[in-house]
Design a protein around this ligand. Sequence first.
Ligand SMILES: Cc1cc2nc3c(=O)[nH]c(=O)nc-3n(C[C@H](O)[C@H](O)[C@H](O)COP(=O)(O)O)c2cc1C
Length: 232
Amino acid sequence: MLKKKNISADSAAPERTLPAPLQLEASLTDAFMKRRTSYDFSDEPISDEHLASILWAADGLTGKGKKDDQRTTPTTLNWKEIDIYVVKANGVWLWNPVRSVLSFVHDKDRRKDLCLLQPLVRQAPVHLVYVYDEKKTQGFMTDLAKSIVRYTKSERIATLSDEVMRRAPLLDAGAKVMAVHLACAALGINCMARQTFESAKVRKALLLKDSQTPLCVQTLGYKPRGLLDLAF
Ligand SMILES: Cc1cc2nc3c(=O)[nH]c(=O)nc-3n(C[C@H](O)[C@H](O)[C@H](O)COP(=O)(O)O)c2cc1C
């Protein structure tokens, strides 16, 4: 379902509502045992139910009432600075975790711009791109922390604060990568995290702003069908 909403300047793009995420029934032990990096992907599109469940695991709401913006995955200082772009044959979309919708970015198939060598990875139906947005680390809590650092006049604390800023986006994206690995394991979907992509190409493919940096691509797809599956 494609509908147009005007909630804010950022969400004025057409959007696609996804179904509610499925209950992930596998035990945590089963999901860990089944989790594996795969290099084989069928080109069959991933169902909306599966995509919704995977995106919910990566960055979905879990809170109720006053805590209604609590998420499935943690971020440093609760910055929520990692955006998830969904790259499919029908275009590029941006996951909106608060409203569980995909916001439309453009309708070009840019999957090949995210892949270098592996041919089966190229035919995978979905790539999630974890994108750090530096702008999202700015705000009251960060300003307060910076004021405290200045107040202490301590070089050691200033260095520590710089290190936190440097490590945060990578660690916060990593938490999402693992959540997606486990959700895929629970759903029987093949999955592979990748750092092998050309940053400049990805930036262009996703129409990123200067404040945004792609950190990791995670490729998803069903297992390719074997000859026996096709015969029956
Ligand atoms: C953040 C991250 C980036 C990765 N980048 C690549 C990559 O660029 N190319 C690749 O072939 N595998 C990549 N991998 C997959 C690892 O090589 C894989 O996890 C490792 O071989 C262990 O296999 P397993 O995931 O099945 O335990 C990456 C994994 C992670 C977590």
